[in-house]
Design a protein around this ligand. Structure first.
Ligand code: GLN
Ligand code: ZN
Length: 745
């Protein structure tokens, strides 16, 4: 093992809030999957994990102070569950490692913890289950080990833990908790455990300890803020509180008054905190980390701007350091792995390793302030901008839903409760192999196309046999619902190894949206038309919506997201027009990420809803009244986006509903949603084949809530992760259920 000693810098202290932990070549993913499949024992897994951590420290050693404990075998929230000994009894196994993975992934004996989105990112954390009886105890082994590892290499190490306030605010009540119980009620019981964790770290020589409190970047009640003050008064000296997901806002004065020693500011998304601080009476002894290097995106930092923000902060305090705005968890490890990117793009990018150098450069008063190169002029496309400017009056459908509905029913007569699917059919290993061979140049275009067409034909035949009413082509040609489009639109680049952890061992490789977006040629028409040529039944066209394309890409930061969304929408609008011209009567535009981009703060949400729904309408409003627009969203708790769903103005919306027993229908009604709904009646996230009678019962509930003319029968989501052995009987049951309910109407 090589040891690196950090060189004390002459400028300010440079650090980062956290670092990618899956390994530059996804080494941890491979080790995890080998372990889960029984090919690697626990010791082997721990060895691989130690090697990934060692690699993290090799990189981080460039900094003056390195964060430790931001490694995780699966998820840092689950690590915190373990650190406070709050594993649910159903997840306790013979070894700690087995318990950990039982909670993360479930096993024959127990369902796993629920997984949900981490703030407005595409990372998913495991939701702790906390009840009135949960007994907390300090288990400092992981945090201490990782701290000591770094310290023994001679590094100035700063342990990082998820703070107690956020831990409880991110938790959900355990199943047996009384209805009025909230995990946050347990704060007073949890804080002493944190006191012990901190003491264990201090015992091993830790100085300043970072407590991540991302929940303070969201709106908080007075009572919560009062609790924050009490907690941080009690946790005492040498604590650095980090947020990382926007401004602290009203939490900022609370933290200052509680006397926390240090605060890590997100000066990329939370710059308003800087102004707030200038207006507050702040002790010059308060330590601030200026989070000026973006931990959420992959663009080179504006070093001059960073230095200027730093100077502002130095006018407020004598103790200032420089860091990333959030953990670097959300960006890929190393730009130097990318050899195929256009040069002008490469020069403007910065991944985690490069960001460490930027932090260092900003911290050093004599550091280079070289500006990032200007974007080349040909990244702008005047025609796209002119077309968008001219579109204004045309961005909505002209005819209201009831009239459209009548025209659509005349064009495509369908029985009540029409049956359909969400788009994808099982992606078999054989299909994936064909795609990989084609990508590597081992399969010529013509053979690849023939293979995909054969698959489309098979999927059409399956659906005809099953008796579905509205068919799909099955999406065999799509590697991913965003990347497929990114590869065909200008303005996007894809990376070779730009992996980012999504959850556990799962990583995604988001495309980079760097320039004005245009569509060169139709992207999907050939597949849809081919499918339609094989059947008398209507075949749905299938597109991914603008918000989802943005949410699952790294997006240019030189213009508002809204403007970029409109450009993507315009390209999709052309695709929709071509599908319609080719005779497609039903076009589905999926927006599963509509909720993901919802701003963390309520005050920013109305503006988001406006641009997000407008971009969807730009994509879809060019069609004639008799062409039906469907959309699909894959979750059931709409909460803050329920109005947005109505504002999409689609003719049919398919949603996840099977787990929530159709409750979502009442919510849609309250939001004045008046068009048709396809509430999912089959939970495709489970390998279980649903009983036809259960699906019929769900459909009856939907008919009661909406009336028969507004209900479609479909699964919760696409079928690409399922096997035909499950798909065939499930869809047979779904068709039978719809027929049974129809007969009773
Ligand atoms: N049409 C896509 C599919 O069926 C939708 C996927 C999604 O909602 N995430 O796979
Ligand atoms: Zn879905």
């Amino acid at each position: 093992m090589n040891t690196t000693t950090s060189v004390p810098s002459k400028g300010l202290k440079a650090t980062a809030l956290g670092y990618p932990r899956i390994g530059p070549n996804r080494e941890l993913k491979r080790a995890l999957e080998a372990h889960w499949s029984g090919r690697l024992d626990a010791a082997g897994l721990q060895e691989a994990a130690a090697s990934v951590r060692s690699g993290m420290l090799d990189d981080l050693a460039l900094l003056d102070t390195v964060p430790t404990g931001t490694f995780s075998l699966y998820d840092h929230v689950l690590d915190t569950v373990v650190a406070v000994d709050a594993l649910a009894p159903r997840h306790r196994r013979e070894t700690e490692l087995a318990s950990y993975f039982a909670a993360a992934r479930g096993d024959d004996a127990a369902v796993p913890l629920e997984m949900t989105k981490w703030f407005d990112t595409n990372y998913h954390y495991l939701v702790p289950e906390i009840g009135p009886e949960t007994a907390f105890a300090a288990k400092p082994a992981k945090t201490v080990t990782e701290f000591v590892e770094a310290k023994e290499r001679g590094l100035d190490a700063r342990p990082v833990l998820l703070g107690p306030v956020s831990f409880l605010l991110l938790a959900k009540p355990s199943e047996d908790a009384p209805a009025d119980f909230s995990p946050f009620d347990r704060l007073d019981d949890l804080v002493p455990v944190y006191v012990e964790l901190l003491a264990a770290l201090r015992h091993h020589g830790a100085g300043r300890i970072q407590l991540d409190e991302p929940a303070l970047c969201a709106d908080r009640t007075e009572a919560e803020l009062a609790a924050v003050a009490a907690v941080y008064r009690r946790l005492g000296a040498e604590i650095l509180v980090a947020g990382g997901y926007g401004p602290f806002g009203e939490s900022l004065p609370v933290l200052l008054e509680a006397g926390v020693e240090g605060i890590a500011l997100d000066l990329v998304r939370g710059r308003s905190d800087l102004e707030a601080l200038e207006a507050l009476d702040v002790s010059r002894e308060t330590f601030f980390l200026a989070g000026v290097v973006d931990g959420r995106n992959i663009w080179r930092a504006d070093l001059e701007k960073g230095a200027a923000d730093l100077a502002r902060l130095q006018r407020i305090s004598d103790r200032v350091g420089v860091s990333s705005s959030s953990s670097l968890l959300h960006v890929p490890v190393d730009l130097d792995a990318e050899q195929e990117l256009p040069e002008a793009l490469f020069e403007r990018l910065s991944f985690a390793r490069q960001k460490l150098r930027e932090i260092k450069a900003i911290a050093d008063p004599e550091g280079s302030r070289e500006a990032r190169p200007e974007a080349p002029a040909d990244w702008r496309d005047a025609s796209v901008r002119e077309r968008l400017a001219a579109l204004d009056a045309d961005a909505d459908r002209r005819v209201p839903y009831p009239e459209r509905q009548a025209a659509q029913a005349e064009r495509v007569p369908l029985p009540p409760l029409p049956t359909t699917t969400i788009g994808s059919f099982p992606q078999t290993a054989e299909l994936r192999n064909a795609r990989a061979a084609h990508r590597r140049g081992l399969m010529i275009d013509a053979d690849y196309k023939a293979r995909m067409k054969a698959e489309v034909a098979a999927v059409i035949a399956e659906q005809e046999k099953l008796g579905l009413d509205v068919l799909v082509h099955g999406e065999p040609e799509r590697n991913d619902m965003v990347q497929y489009f990114a590869e065909q639109l200008t303005g996007f680049a894809t990376t070779a190894a730009g992996w980012v952890q999504s959850y556990g061992s799962r990583c995604v490789r988001p495309p980079i949206l760097y320039a004005d977006v245009t569509r060169q040629a139709p992207m999907t028409v050939e597949w849809t038309s081919y499918a339609q040529s094989l059947t008398e039944k209507p075949v749905k066209g299938m597109l991914t919506g603008p918000v989802t394309i943005l949410a699952w890409s790294f997006v240019r930061d030189d213009q508002p997201l809204a403007d970029t969304a409109d450009q993507v929408a315009l390209a999709l609008r052309d695709e929709v027009a071509d599908l319609e011209a080719a005779g497609t009567a039903i076009i589905q535009v999926d927006e599963p990420a509509l909720r993901e981009l919802l701003p963390v703060r309520a005050a920013s949400r109305a503006a988001y809803r406006d641009w997000a729904t407008r971009s969807f309408r730009i994509a879809t409003s060019g069609v004639r009244p008799e062409t039906s627009i469907h959309t699909h969203l894959c979750y059931s708790e709409f909460g803050e986006v329920i109005d947005a769903i109505a504002a999409l103005d689609a003719d049919v919306t398919s949603i996840e509903a099977s787990r929530s027993k159709m409750e979502v229908l009442a919510d849609l009604d309250r939001a004045n949603y008046r068009s048709a709904v396809g509430p999912g009646v089959w939970d495709i996230h489970s390998p279980r084949v649903p009983a036809a009678e259960d699906m019929a019962e769900a459909l009856r509930l939907a008919v009661d809530a909406l009336g028969p003319e507004r209900v479609w029968a479909n699964p919760d989501c696409g079928l690409k992760t399922r096997r035909y052995e499950e798909v065939r009987p499930s869809l047979e049951g779904l068709v039978a259920a719809a027929r049974a309910v129809r007969e009773q109407l």
